[in-house]
Design a protein around this ligand. Structure first.
Ligand code: 6PG
Length: 482
């Protein structure tokens, strides 16, 4: 074999094919491709002769077609398939070569794989890639983990294919081992919250505002010119505009209202639960999808009483503005919670993650790309140790200006019997965070009562227990371990 490739792609389903084509279209790259079934490889090279791919029918030929240090990006469905491909490559690669997993792997799997593979001297990099099929082809946002050393080779290659935002490629070395996949997972959690919040806004505009899907599309298009400007608002307008060719109805009215998921939102919430980080807005978005899919329960329950009151809307324009502001404030909560989870993950797994850099690589290419990520980047540039995004003056002010609207929307929806789990939980989170005293004191009292779990006092150091079943005097106690 004469010419060698500086980069290879294994797994040529849509994401893999598009990423390979993107790589091939950039100056300086020669791309090797391999797929388990060679029919797909054949199809790709036939349809895209311009890419100049070096195609292989066997994994041995694929490995032989790569220049050293060999660098291969695996784009197969997360799970057991990934392990199989990793071991095929790891057996053939030499120290210094680089295996990249570009799928949506669970970050703990990535930590395990990195440990196993790097023991052989081969680098293993878990890289989150966001942007769907189009992003893979035209420029995704890329979140690589793995060793600093591997990024020296990989960085320029990934920079060449990443989306560009504000003149910068949307890729950064997020942190070691599983940091990249961790950050991609949180990206997806935020994506779930963002989507659910937009869906709740739609529902209110439809059911309370009385607007048609086409009118709501126009409202969203208008919102997309301001602080809510984002890919998800833009595509929601497209979805709402679409008319079903079969029935002539808005497509949204003929799509079954049961939301699917592939699991990254669930991972985000499970991980946040383990880390003790309240990602309540994201969790409600995940649960809203679960509830939507409980068809038998929903069918059995849809005659349950509502006993609702009217959600009075004296001024429709003011109502639309209330919904917009409630959406913006709730969205800020989702991002604040997501960044809290990244901070907690970084502390737990010893990753040195630069939150400002993460917000910058999310400004382009990825599903949650949005204008206001610039504001987040500015906030972390000003104060890398910011305790909560909500404490940055821009966000404090943005939420404060939206509070009246937000409360009217949450209260009105409750009166009107409209489910708004993400709007409502986000507002409750905000109120909980800013509360001087929380009823957690009652919970501590209850725990001490039934389990002698002890409590701390506001006025004295130490740990205490009340002798609830004795004379109810208070004693100093060892902190409870059970
Ligand atoms: C992305 C997307 C991508 C995928 C989601 C869909 O960043 O490009 O997040 O990873 O579309 O996994 O997730 P659900 O099927 O769970 O909605």
């Amino acid at each position: 074999m004469s010419a060698k490739a500086n980069i290879g792609v294994v797994g040529l389903a849509v994401m893999g094919s598009n990423l390979a084509r993107n790589l091939a279209s950039r100056e300086g790259n020669t791309v090797a491709v391999y797929n388990r079934s060679s029919a797909r490889t054949e199809q790709l090279i036939t349809e895209h002769p311009e890419a100049g791919f070096i195609a292989s029918e066997t994994i041995d030929d694929f490995v032989a077609s790569l220049a050293k240090p060999r660098t291969a990006i695996i784009m197969v469905q997360a799970g057991a398939g990934t392990d199989a491909v990793i071991s095929q490559l790891a057996e053939r690669f030499e120290p210094g070569d680089i295996i990249v997993d570009g799928g949506n792997a669970l970050f703990t799997d990535t930590i395990r794989r990195e440990k196993d593979v790097s023991a052989t001297g081969v680098h293993f990099v878990g890289a989150g890639i966001s942007g769907g099929e189009e992003g893979a082809l035209k420029g995704p946002s890329i979140m690589p983990g793995g060793s600093v050393e591997s990024y020296k080779t990989l960085g320029p290659i990934l920079s060449s294919i990443a989306a560009i935002a504000e003149g910068e490629p949307c890729v950064t070395h997020v942190g070691t081992d599983g940091a990249g996949h961790f950050v991609k997972m949180i990206h997806n959690g935020i994506e779930y919250a963002d989507m659910q919040l937009i869906a709740e806004a739609y529902d209110l505009l439809r059911k309370i505002g009385g607007y048609t899907p086409a009118e709501i599309a126009d409202i969203f298009t208008e919102w997309n010119t301001g602080e809510l400007e984002s890919y998800l608002i833009e595509i929601t307008a497209e979805v709402l505009k679409q008319v079903d060719a079969k029935t002539g109805q808005p497509l949204v009215d003929v799509i079954l209202d049961e939301a699917g998921s592939k699991g990254t939102g669930v991972w985000t919430v499970q991980t946040a639960l383990n880390l003790g980080v309240p990602v309540s807005g994201i969790a409600e978005a995940v649960f809203a999808r679960s509830l939507s899919s409980q068809r038998a329960q929903r069918d059995a329950a849809n005659s349950l009483p509502a006993r609702n009151f009217a959600f009075e809307v004296p001024d429709k324009a003011a109502f639309v503005e209330d919904v917009r502001r409630a959406l913006y404030a709730s969205k800020i909560i989702a991002y604040a919670q997501g960044f809290d989870a990244i901070r907690a993950g970084a502390a737990e797994y010893n990753w040195n993650i630069n939150l400002g850099a993460v917000s910058k690589i999310w400004r382009g290419g990825c599903i949650i790309r949005a204008q206001f990520l610039n504001r987040i980047a500015e906030a972390y540039d000003k104060d890398a140790e910011l305790l909560s995004l909500l404490l940055d003056p821009y966000f404090t002010n943005a939420v404060s200006e939206s509070l009246g609207s937000w409360r009217r929307i949450v209260a009105g929806s409750s009166l009107g019997g409209i489910p708004i789990p993400a709007f409502a939980s986000s507002l409750s989170y905000y109120d909980g965070l800013r509360a001087e005293r929380l009823p957690a004191a009652v919970v501590q009292g209850q725990r001490d009562f039934f389990g002698a779990h002890t409590y701390k006092r506001v006025d004295l150091p130490g740990t205490f227990h009340t002798l609830w079943s004795g004379d109810r005097s208070e004693v100093e106690a060892e902190p409870s371990t059970h």
